[in-house]
Design a protein around this ligand. Structure first.
Ligand code: ZN
Length: 463
């Protein structure tokens, strides 16, 4: 059945319609958008600001269970960094059951919806049982993520991760056995998951290579060829250049810095999402921006790990695509992630409005540039079919409450600045995915049950 909404202020790629009329077909796609009321139809009026749902381009849902649990030092951990955090993460991985995996993902996906995200790219690597044996259903853990997405209503671009080595030239460590596949077994898993798509709305399946440390060049090429044979337009993700340690290891092992190696040996294009890309030299910034690949920035996770600053202004000025992910879920908030990105850079450069100043001299609002760029990058990395409130796209609509503290006194010109840079209250009131409301008046029908399942999983994991 067709639905028609009159939205007080409707976000468009180049401005706002006030009001805007959004016509949505029974298939969950947008039929039309206009400034004129369509004739002879029932129209539902929505107050506030209607913006497209954002795709979160990087998540390890289970890591939410670790947030706030490693924020201390001991004698043995005086030098705390990503690698010491990873040890703690592996300790938790050892105890994770499929039920825990689903319960944690349920909470994380619910939170994403509550903050205005309508899809997630799940970079999923905990595949097997604790000792490394396959589950009776080798796709068990993947199926748990699909179940969590179905329960919450979030779109899911599932990226099973190929993880075959513990470092360049090294076998996987005992703690990494749950992650490891041969290329053949990995491609079988992808094939199985692709067959799930008929039964699950809003499920997309892509490929992820954990990093250039975890796959050899031959394994990377074989996996990519296998994926392309199944789906030539599949989304392709990889962790890259998160730490200087990784850059040094790849340079020593493969003869080039990681992004440069990918440009020269794999070839990057708009199908790729390079997660983090924190440590780039000038030629990698230029090459990556020109390739069309998306930079998968995870500002609060990178800040929490002490990774370093992405070359945001240089890369944005070069026309590079980027989006945001919440990665380890120190935050699941669109506003917090984009604020960390922009304000981190302001602190580093001693300037205001750094992203807006990268827009080649035009008058520009930081909130709008941050949001629109993350929106386009998220859609490119997830291929969910949303990303804009225009005809033909999936109807992923987020209504921002004009009575929220952060939006009081704001009109369309500054509403995105108010939401993303002007306060901490969350203005997301209603969320629609593919034409169906999943949150109305801040209420998700499964909310209490999802939180209860998470509570039980955390009690087990921390007992
Ligand atoms: Zn990651």
């Amino acid at each position: 059945m067709t639905q028609v909404f009159e939205i007080e202020h409707l976000h468009q790629p180049d401005g706002w319609l006030s009001p805007g009329y959004l016509e949505i077909g029974g298939d969950g796609r947008i039929l039309s958008v206009s400034a004129k009321k369509p004739e002879g139809t029932n129209v539902t009026t929505l107050r506030g600001f209607g913006v497209p749902g954002l795709s979160n381009l990087h998540s390890h849902a289970f890591q939410r269970a670790l947030a706030g649990r490693t924020e201390f030092v001991t004698g043995a951990r005086a030098q705390d960094n990503l690698w010491t955090w990873r040890k703690e993460m592996y300790r938790m991985v050892d105890r994770l059951t499929p039920e825990d995996y689903e319960a944690i993902a349920g909470l994380v996906y619910l939170e994403m919806l509550q903050f205005g995200m309508t899809a997630v790219c799940e970079f999923h690597y905990v595949h097997h049982q604790a000792g490394g044996q396959f589950h009776a259903n080798p796709a068990e853990m993947s199926d748990r993520l699909i179940a969590a997405a179905d329960r919450t209503g979030l779109g899911l671009t599932l990226l099973p991760v190929l993880y075959a080595h513990g470092g360049i030239g090294k076998p996987v460590e005992p703690t990494q056995r749950r992650f490891a596949h041969s290329v053949d077994d990995y491609l079988k898993l992808i094939e199985t998951l692709r067959s799930r798509r008929g039964d699950h709305a809003n499920l997309n399946v892509g490929l992820a290579l954990h990093s250039l440390r975890a796959v050899t060049p031959d394994e990377a090429k074989a996996a990519l060829a296998g994926m392309k044979a199944m789906d030539p337009k599949a989304r392709l993700h990889i962790h890259v250049s998160e730490t200087t340690h990784e850059v040094v290891e790849v340079e020593a092992g493969l003869g080039a810095r990681p992004v440069q190696w990918l440009l020269d040996n794999i070839g990057l294009d708009a199908d790729w999402c390079l997660v983090h890309a924190t440590h780039l030299d000038a030629s990698e910034v230029a090459g990556m921006a020109a390739s069309g690949a998306v930079a998968g920035l995870c500002p609060l996770t990178e800040a929490t790990m002490g990774d370093g600053f992405f070359a945001l202004t240089e890369y944005h000025r070069a026309g590079g695509a980027w989006g945001i992910g919440t990665d380890s879920h120190y935050s699941t908030s669109t506003a917090e992630e984009l604020r960390m990105l922009e304000c981190g850079k302001r602190l580093q450069l001693n300037r205001r409005n750094v992203i807006a100043q990268s827009e080649n001299g035009q008058e520009a609002h930081s909130g709008r540039i941050l949001f629109n760029t993350a929106l386009a990058g998220g859609e490119q990395a997830s291929a969910q079919g949303g990303g804009a409130l225009v005809a033909g796209r999936r109807a992923d609509l987020v209504m921002l409450d004009p009575d929220s503290n952060v939006l009081l006194g704001h009109g369309p010109q500054t509403a995105l600045d108010g939401w993303l840079l002007g306060g901490t209250q969350n203005p997301v009131r209603d969320v629609m995915v593919a034409g169906k409301w999943v949150i109305r008046d801040r209420h998700h029908p499964q909310q209490a049950a999802i939180i209860e399942a998470y509570r039980k999983a955390m009690a087990r994991l921390t007992a």
